[in-house]
Write a protein that binds this ligand. Structure first.
Ligand code: LUZ
Ligand code: MOS
Length: 768
């Protein structure tokens, strides 16, 4: 099936609406925030005297104005105040809400708030947190086989450290919420969130209201990438608090710099690995300790660490393994979900270790990976069986599609004949586990109404953030009811129509809400089939059975002969006049997800998405600059719901991974402030960074393990392909001295990092 992007036309015409940009309510008030000026400090006093005299000032709200519980923590193993009363824990933490009649007055008043602090020493790095024992939980562990014996039985071992950096989400639409008071003391929130039920629950907790008094509506987001999974809640709750106090509609809309400064990023990791292997390249044992920088509050740090641990085997069978994870507490904005959710940080460490093994043994990058790749029937270190030989197939396909051995030859020849430029190849497979690791989140629901004219309204629990979950859901419903997609309107996500929703995250939006759609649409189809039997008897004196009725092309046929038919609308109207319920709720939960954290064993995923990819990079030895020359991706799509939407996801995820490993850098100063706080100082890839020579092959063999209508999730898995350019740069640097065991290429490999790595090698090796 291929259907067009449902809101493509609106986006292209600039007609699609986003919160706070058009159609604002009358008497709207605006918020500006007072932010902490220290990463760690006691608040001694807050004086609003000079703010109150600003024209248009309405009120200044602090922790004392919170009627309910001052806690926005995700889950129940932490306490995160909406507005701190004693202590600030990160630079840019909101401590006061200024409400005014217009944005400029609010900002001026916010600047006039005087806060006295007693500065405390901040903990900013993983090293400092480890020294002080600042961990969120006891270490998490996954083990299999016998690690000591594994090393003893190995011909060789290599060990080292691998550090990955933070990443800013840079969604086009900044964090925002429009809060509108209801007449019964409740409030309606138009929030830019991936997680409307979490916004609802937390805002109700803050206001001391039952959950049903807060409703959340989400039409669409201008991007999220994980940055609005847990982190939209704070802004929505602040806006809700202001609407509650003023009883007027209130808009909170961060500007780009505020968003950069105050929101959490992808977790930086510092990982220590040791790998044991034989002379033939077979890996016997892999041991890794993962340390993540979680920032000032838990947020999603524990789930992110879990996903990093579950992906530390990546695509490889490792008979003896020990993975340990430590989530560290620091005084940075709470780090959070970001496409891949810890998996990229675990995976790149494993891939680097494997690359070192290949280089040490003089083996080829693909050969070593194929040799160790999972085959059917093997189990992961956490005890989940790999049921299909898809990983190997992906490698074979990549080898053929890229003409790998010829390519390797060309790159080697290039390097022999070019003095100041070197090329390298990076190869990386994909194996990404699909399901929320917090098992209970794997459920979805929808509500469908068929109106008497045959048009259809569908509300589902997923959030449309540009990934086209709406297009896919509409396709599923249209397919079941045999109608064209234009008949279906996908409504805004709203807690009043679909309750207790999971965040649209973990790449599961289409899977769980899609299956729930299948459920609801099938219920309606059954009712309509029963009515069709009556219809055909009355109109054409035809005896047929519900199971024989066929819904196709906006028509309803009595049976496969297609001799008798009526339009879909006609049948719907007939059904209504014959007392048929034309509304249906659908529900789905992913079966079989279990995990025992004590044992470190279980089945955390419903299935895996596989793939393999390759990048060719050329570096300039004099400047450290590089150029991505070629990309080949083989992606295991199974039976895609919408192949074009999926290719958009794959291209985008590749670019985001490419940015992560090469150019996106977020240094902090000694006060815990991000130094890159605008798009002019934070570089992300643009279309010109993507080479023309880009081959994407979606393998559309339907897998036995897949999701709704044979499809597979596509949001996060392809981000991993974007890490191949880092391995390619590494390979290019290494070509200067293949014998060296001391290539220090940082991650991200910025031109500065490349030049540093090159110069170090040059110092040790004059011959280049
Ligand atoms: N969110 C979450 C996620 O709460 N649990 C997960 O396992 C997950 N995985 C990926 C992205 N978001
Ligand atoms: Mo996410 S990283 O919100 O799937």
């Amino acid at each position: 099936m291929t259907e067009k992007h449902l809101s493509g036309k609106l986006h292209v015409c600039g007609a699609s609406r986003f919160i706070g940009e058009t159609h604002l309510p009358e008497h709207l008030l605006h918020i500006a925030l007072v932010y902490s000026e220290y990463a760690h400090a006691e608040i001694l006093s807050i004086d609003s005297g000079k703010a109150e005299v600003v024209e248009g000032f309405v009120c200044c709200l602090t922790s004392r104005d919170i009627p309910g519980e001052n806690n926005i923590a995700h889950g129940n193993n932490d306490l995160q105040p909406l507005l701190p009363d004693v202590k600030v824990e990160y630079y840019g933490q909101p401590i006061g809400v200024i409400v005014a009649e217009n944005k400029l007055s609010a900002e001026e008043a916010a600047r006039n708030i005087q806060v006295e602090y007693k500065e405390l020493e901040p903990v900013l790095t993983i090293e400092e947190a480890v020294l002080r024992g600042h961990f969120y939980i006891e270490p998490r562990k996954i083990e299999c086989g016998n690690v000591e014996k594994g090393f003893a039985d190995s011909d060789y071992s290599l060990s080292g450290e691998f550090e990955t950096g933070a990443q800013e989400h840079l969604y086009l639409e900044t964090q925002r919420c429009l809060a509108v008071p209801d007449d019964d003391g409740g409030v309606t929130l138009h929030s830019s969130t991936q997680s409307m039920s979490e916004v609802q629950t937390v805002a109700a907790r803050i206001l001391g209201l039952p959950t049903h008094k807060v409703s959340v509506d989400v039409k669409r987001l201008g991007g999220a990438f994980g940055g609005k999974e847990a982190q939209a809640t704070i802004w929505a709750s602040l806006a809700a608090l202001a609407a509650f106090h003023t009883q007027k509609p209130v808009l909170l809309c961060l500007n780009r710099m505020e968003d950069f400064i105050s929101t959490g990023k992808r977790h930086p990791f510092k990982n220590k690995y040791k790998i044991g292997f034989n002379a033939d390249g077979k890996i016997n044992v892999y041991q890794v300790e993962l340390y993540s920088n979680g920032g000032a509050y838990t947020d999603l740090s524990i789930a992110i660490l879990e996903r990093a641990l579950y992906h530390s085997d990546h695509a490889y069978y490792i008979p003896n393994a020990k993975f340990t994870g430590y989530p560290c507490r620091t005084n940075l904005p709470p780090n959070t979900a970001f496409r891949g959710f810890g998996a990229p940080q675990g995976i790149i460490t494993t891939e680097f270790a494997i690359q070192r093994v290949a280089d040490f043994l003089g083996l080829d990058a693909i050969e070593i990976r194929k040799k160790n790749c999972y085959i059917t029937g093997q189990t992961t270190p956490y005890g989940m069986e790999v049921l299909e030989p898809v990983g190997r197939e992906m490698f074979d396909e990549l080898e053929t599609l890229s003409d790998y051995h010829q390519l390797r030859h060309e790159v080697d020849t290039f390097n022999k004949t070019h003095k100041y430029n070197k090329q390298g190849i990076g190869v990386i497979p994909g194996k990404f586990g699909i399901s929320f690791t917090a098992g209970f989140l794997n459920q979805g629901s929808v509500l469908i109404w068929i109106y008497t004219d045959g048009s259809i309204s569908l509300s589902h629990g997923g959030i449309e953030m540009g990934q086209q979950v709406n297009t896919k859901i509409a396709q599923i419903a249209a397919n079941v009811l045999g109608v064209s997609i234009n008949r279906i309107r996908i409504e805004s996500a709203n807690t009043k129509r679909v309750g207790n929703t999971s965040p649209t995250a973990a790449s599961t939006g289409s899977d769980i809400n899609g299956y729930a759609t299948l459920d609801a649409a099938t219920r309606l189809k059954k009712r309509l089939s029963n009515q069709a039997v009556k219809y055909f008897l009355q109109h054409d004196s035809i005896v047929t059975f519900p199971d024989s009725v066929i819904f196709r092309d906006d028509k309803v046929y009595s049976d496969a002969t297609k001799d008798n038919s009526c339009s879909f609308g006609e049948l719907v109207s007939f059904a209504y006049f014959n007392f048929t319920d034309l509304g249906a709720h659908g529900y789905y939960f992913t079966p079989g997800i279990t995990f025992d954290h004590k044992k470190g064993k279980g089945k955390p995923f419903y299935y895996f998405v596989f793939g393999a990819s390759l990048s060719v990079m050329e570096i300039d030895l004099l400047t450290g600059e590089y150029n991505l020359k070629k990309v080949v991706i083989v992606h295991d799509a199974s039976s895609p719901l919408n192949q074009e939407v999926d290719s958009g996801q794959i291209y985008g995820a590749f670019a985001q991974g490419y940015g992560l490993c090469t150019m996106e850098e977020l240094p902090i100063d000694q006060k815990g402030r991000y130094l890159a706080v605008t798009p002019s100082t934070y570089k992300i890839p643009t279309i010109s960074d993507i080479p023309d020579d880009f081959t994407l092959k979606q393998v559309t063999d339907r897998r036995s393990q897949a999701s709704v209508m044979g499809s597979k999730a596509v949001g996060e898995p392809p981000l991993i392909y974007g890490l191949a350019p880092w391995l390619a740069i590494y390979d290019a640097v290494r070509s200067l001295n293949p014998e060296s065991n001391q290539i220090n290429l940082k991650f991200p490999a910025t031109p500065e990092a490349v030049l540093t790595a090159v110069n170090k090698l040059r110092r040790n090796n004059d011959s280049y």
